[in-house]
Design a protein around this ligand. Structure first.
Ligand SMILES: *Cc1c(COP(=O)(O)O)cnc(C)c1O
Length: 445
C-alpha cells in the first residue's frame, strides 16, 4: 500500500497517434529530443524527477539565502550527520559536481581507480583527473542477492599489477547503477574497507541510492533482518572515508549534491573545500540556493523512512511483475530504481547494428507515449554488452494505473513486433560517448 496521497497534481496527456508519430519523426527518433509535455509516462530517469513532500515544500520557505553561513546549510549538515554519519560536507550543485570536487582532489595523473562499476559521470571525472577507471564487478548469476558487489579479489589483482601506491581510492557504488541498480551487501563494503586498508587507499562510497540499497540489505542479508533501514544505512556508510552524493536520487530533491568527509580528515576537508569554492560556490551553498539545501535536508530524512523506501523499491518490483505478466523479458531480480528490458529478446528480428533497444524505445513512445532510455549499441557504440531498455521510476510520482499503461503498451508493441523496423544514425556529435543524448536516426527496412 502506497504511504502517500496526492496534494498537488500535474496534468499529463497522451497526444493522439498522429501527433506521436510526428513528434517522434521531428525528434529524429531520439526521445531525448522530445518535449516533455508530449510524453505521457516519463521513465527516462529517476534523477531529480521525483515528487517532493509537503514537508519539503514547506521547508523551501525557510531557505536562508545568505551567501555565507546560511542556516539552511547547517540544517543540511545535521541531516547528513544524522542520516549518513558524515560530520562534514562540501556542497555541490549535483552529484557530478561533488565528483569533480572529490576526484579532482584525490586522483593524480597515472592513478588507477577500482569501482564495482563506474557510473558514466564518475568514469568521466576519474579520466578528467588523469586517472584510469577500472570496473571490478563481481561475477554473478540471475537470482543472486547482491549482483552489485565489488570483486575485492580483482582490486587486489589490480594492485599487484600496477602497485598499491597508484591506487588512491577504492570506490563502491550503492546501488550499482550501471549494473541494473543491483544492491551491494554490507559484508562487501566491509571487505572493500579491508582491501582499502591493505592498499593504504581511501574507501569512497558513491551513496546516491544508499536508502534503496539499505532496504535490499535488510531483506537479503541475514545479519540485518529486523533492523531499521536507517540503521542499516548508517552501518553500511560507517566504513567509508568519504561519500559522494547526488541529492537528485535518495536526497529526494530536484537538484543538489555533496561530498561527505570524516571529522578527523582535516586535510581532505580543506582541499575539497577549496576545490568546491573554485567550481561550485562558497562552502555553505555550493551551487545550491538556500531553499535547495532545505529540500535536501528534509528529503534525506524521509529517504530512510520505512514507509517511503518500501513503497519506492516495491513499486519498481511491481512494474517488473506487470511486465512479466505480459511476457516482457526483464532482468531479475529488479533493482532499486528501474526495470531493465532485454530488447534483443523482445525484438529478435532486429540485429544489434540496427539498434533493437532504440527501436523499442521509439515504439513505446509511438504506441503509448511512454519514454524509456536505450542502454545498448546506440548509447555505447562498439561495446559488446546486452541490448537493454531502462524504465526508470521517478520517486513518489506515478500510480499503479500508469504502470498498467506501460505494461499494456508493451503488449500492444509485442502484437505487431514483426513490423517494427530497425534504425540507422544519420547525424551524430563528435564525442561518441555522448551520442545518445543528441544523435538523430531514421528507420530502415
Ligand atoms: C546520478 C549519479 C551520479 C551523478 O549525479 P548527478 O546528480 O546526475 O550529477 C553519480 N553516481 C551515480 C551512481 C549516479 O546514479
Amino acid at each position: 500500500m502506497r504511504a502517500y496521497k496526492a496534494k498537488a497534481v500535474e496534468r499529463i496527456s497522451l497526444p493522439d497517434r498522429e501527433a506521436r508519430d510526428r513528434h517522434l519523426r521531428e525528434a529524429g527518433y531520439n526521445v531525448f529530443n522530445l518535449d516533455a509535455d508530449a510524453v505521457f509516462v516519463d521513465l527516462l530517469t529517476d534523477s531529480g524527477t521525483g515528487t517532493m513532500s509537503d514537508e519539503q515544500w514547506a521547508a523551501l520557505m525557510r531557505g536562508d539565502e545568505a551567501y555565507a553561513g546560511s542556516e539552511s546549510f547547517r540544517r543540511l549538515e545535521s541531516a547528513v550527520a544524522d542520516v549518513m554519519g558524515f560530520e562534514r560536507i562540501v556542497p555541490a550543485h549535483q552529484g557530478r559536481g561533488a565528483e569533480n570536487v572529490l576526484y579532482g582532489t584525490i586522483i593524480s595523473e597515472g592513478d588507477y581507480v577500482p569501482n564495482n562499476t563506474h557510473f558514466d559521470t564518475t568514469r568521466a571525472h576519474v579520466v578528467n583527473s588523469g586517472g584510469e577507471p577500472v570496473d571490478c564487478p563481481v561475477e554473478s548469476e540471475a537470482g543472486d542477492p547482491f549482483q552489485g558487489n565489488l570483486d575485492v579479489a580483482a582490486v587486489r589483482d589490480l594492485a599487484d599489477e600496477v602497485g598499491a601506491e597508484r591506487i588512491p581510492a577504492v570506490v563502491v557504488t550503492i546501488t550499482n547503477n550501471s549494473m541494473a541498480g543491483q544492491p551491494v551487501s554490507v559484508e562487501n563494503v566491509r571487505a572493500a574497507r579491508d582491501v582499502a586498508d591493505e592498499l593504504d587507499a581511501r574507501l569512497v562510497v558513491d551513496a546516491c541510492r544508499f536508502a534503496e540499497n539499505a532496504y535490499f540489505v535488510r531483506q537479503r542479508e541475514p545479519e540485518f533482518e529486523g533492523e531499521s533501514v536507517a540503521d542499516v544505512a548508517r552501518e553500511q556508510l560507517s566504513y567509508a572515508d568519504a561519500v559522494v552524493m547526488s541529492g537528485k536520487k535518495d536526497g529526494l530533491a530536484n537538484v543538489g549534491g555533496f561530498v561527505g568527509v570524516r571529522e578527523d580528515d582535516d586535510e581532505l576537508y580543506e582541499r575539497t573545500r577549496q576545490r568546491g569554492i573554485l567550481y561550485e560556490g562558497f562552502t555553505t551553498y555550493g551551487g545550491m540556493a538556500g531553499r535547495d539545501l532545505e529540500a535536501m535536508a528534509v528529503g534525506l530524512r524521509e529517504a530512510v523512512e520505512e514507509a517511503y523506501v518500501e513503497s519506492r523499491v516495491e513499486q519498481v518490483a511491481e512494474l517488473g511483475e506487470l511486465l512479466q505478466e505480459v511476457g516482457v523479458p526483464i532482468r531479475t531480480p529488479t533493482g532499486g530504481h528501474a526495470v531493465y528490458v532485454d530488447a534483443e529478446e523482445f525484438l529478435p528480428s532486429i540485429p544489434r547494428e540496427r539498434f533493437p533497444g532504440q527501436a523499442l524505445v521509439c515504439e513505446l513512445y509511438r504506441e503509448g507515449g511512454v519514454r524509456g532510455v536505450e542502454l545498448g549499441e546506440f548509447a555505447f557504440p562498439g561495446e559488446s554488452r546486452p541490448q537493454l531498455v531502462r524504465l526508470c521510476l521517478p520517486r513518489r510520482t506515478y500510480f499503479r494505473d500508469h504502470l498498467e499503461h506501460v505494461a499494456e503498451t508493451f503488449a500492444d508493441v509485442a502484437e505487431r513486433r514483426g513490423e517494427v523496423s530497425g534504425l540507422e544514425v544519420i547525424d551524430e556529435p563528435e564525442m561518441a560517448e555522448l551520442r545518445h543524448f543528441s544523435a538523430e536516426l531514421r528507420p530502415v527496412e
